[in-house]
Ligand binder design. Structure first.
Ligand SMILES: [Zn+2]
Length: 437
């Protein structure tokens, strides 16, 4: 997923978000029962400390001993395994080998490669629960990295990770994967009680959410989960827009530009009129549109007979999305209608589905999980909506409630991408609290 862009949202959604924060503050008051002692305190320590007792009383002094150096090692190792879209095979094998050694853990590479064209399927890691009272949860990260991403070398300075500057870092989304690896290690080493957990590592997210779209949700036991795939810290993204592609073709008529220009129908001139009249940019407080690609013409002396236009429309509202699609169609139709009958062009206009909207309800059991974890950690989480789609849109469309967690990555989709080790640790604390509380 790319940078998070906060949108102006409807008053109704704002009131919901406000209500949610009030709810969190009210619940935080529960801690006063125990004075100022947090029920659950996470410390950072070296591994191989003695396992902690599991009684409720002991939870008041509960430790989650993250090994920071091991986390950093996992992260650097993952970043330096090449995994561009549809070429995630080496990374999938590395992760499968890693998780296969844990007792009771099963790994599965699904059959999605035949659909996506990747050199691997999605990887599903299933970790049996050690507390029958905890509901199953899944965590999702994508394995692919946006270009340029071949030959990444990680630079570490003051515990800030960057690439050497000629590639992206790949913290999007390998920081999330490293966090899950370290969490699994700590859970097993310390025999901590936790929910049944499933880690779903997908392919080709950055190039169209292909792995998620080809995933069979029946393979998951958990009915809800989290995608670790956004910027910011302590951010919980509960809404994201739907999007459609815009694929348009304008058909004119070719002729020699010097000998008989009047016989031609100039598709580039028509495309210019279309683009000028299309509503693009921010269309309303829930919708955006863009024309991002244009191609056409064959030579300077030929009246061009063909132009291809491509773009997208996004909206948090299905109704508005449909309205804007109609507006696009009207612009094309008007251009054709206004052309002289003898030189009338034709066009094709399609809106292939890109991804559906996601909008978690505030009473969704998934958000009760995040509120509980926030209470335990004494944190205030920020519930926001995103401007872009990700695998979570697809999982929500499968009926799997999925929120997206910010993991601290910054300047993603650029060669200036960075992430701080502290951000990964803070995210790991939240994910661990979610998994064990
Ligand atoms: Zn991402």
């Amino acid at each position: 997923m790319g940078p998070v862009m906060l949108l102006l949202v409807s008053p109704r959604l704002i009131s919901h978000l406000v209500a949610l924060n009030i709810g969190i503050n009210q619940r935080a008051g529960l801690r006063s029962v125990f004075g100022d002692i947090p029920i659950y305190a996470i410390i950072r320590a070296q591994p191989h400390q003695s396992p902690h007792p599991l009684s409720y009383k002991a939870l008041m002094a509960y430790h989650f001993p993250i090994n920071q150096e091991r986390l950093a090692y996992y992260f650097i190792t993952l970043c330096e395994i090449d995994s561009p879209g549809k070429m995630e095979g080496d990374l999938a094998r590395y992760l499968q080998d890693f998780f296969d050694v844990f007792p009771g853990v099963t790994t599965l590479v699904d059959g999605s490669a035949a659909i996506t064209g990747s050199n691997t399927g999605n990887l599903l890691v299933s970790i049996p629960g050690t507390d029958i009272h905890k509901a199953p949860l899944f965590f999702n990260c994508h394995m692919d990295v946006i270009n340029p991403c071949i030959g990444v070398k990680v630079s570490r300075h003051n515990n800030i990770f960057t690439s050497l500057g000629d590639t992206v870092l790949g913290g999007d989304d390998k920081a999330g994967i490293a966090i899950l690896m370290e969490m699994a290690q700590v859970l097993f080493e310390n025999k901590l009680p936790h929910a049944p957990l499933e880690f779903l590592f997908t392919t080709a997210e950055e190039i169209g959410l292909l792995g998620a779209k080809a995933f069979n949700p029946a393979l998951l036991q958990a009915p809800m989960g989290f995608a670790l795939d956004s910027t910011g810290i302590d951010n919980v993204i509960i809404g994201a827009p739907a999007a459609v592609h815009v694929q348009a073709e304008i058909f004119g008529k070719a002729s020699h530009a010097g000998l008989n220009p009047g016989d031609g129908i100039n598709a580039i001139s028509l495309a210019a009129k279309v683009v000028v009249n299309l509503p693009v940019g921010r269309l309303d407080n829930l919708s955006t549109a863009n024309i991002g690609l244009i191609a056409g013409g064959t030579a300077t002396n030929i009246v061009p007979d063909y132009v291809n236009l491509q773009g997208e429309i996004r909206s948090h509202s299905a109704e508005l999305l449909y309205t804007h699609m109609q507006s696009f169609t009207t612009v094309f139709a008007d251009i054709v209608r206004s052309s002289p009958e003898m030189s009338r062009p034709s066009f094709s206009l399609e809106f292939p589905d890109h991804y559906p909207a996601m909008a978690l309800q505030l009473d969704d059991p998934l958000l009760a999980v995040t509120r509980k974890a926030a209470d335990i950690l004494g944190r205030t989480l920020n519930y926001t909506v995103a401007g872009g789609g990700s695998d979570a849109n697809i999982f929500n469309s499968f009926g799997l409630s999925t929120a997206i967690l910010g993991i601290g990555m910054e300047h993603v989709h650029s060669t200036h991408e960075l992430i701080a080790l502290d951000s990964m640790i803070r995210t790991l604390e939240l994910v661990a609290a979610i998994s064990t509380s």
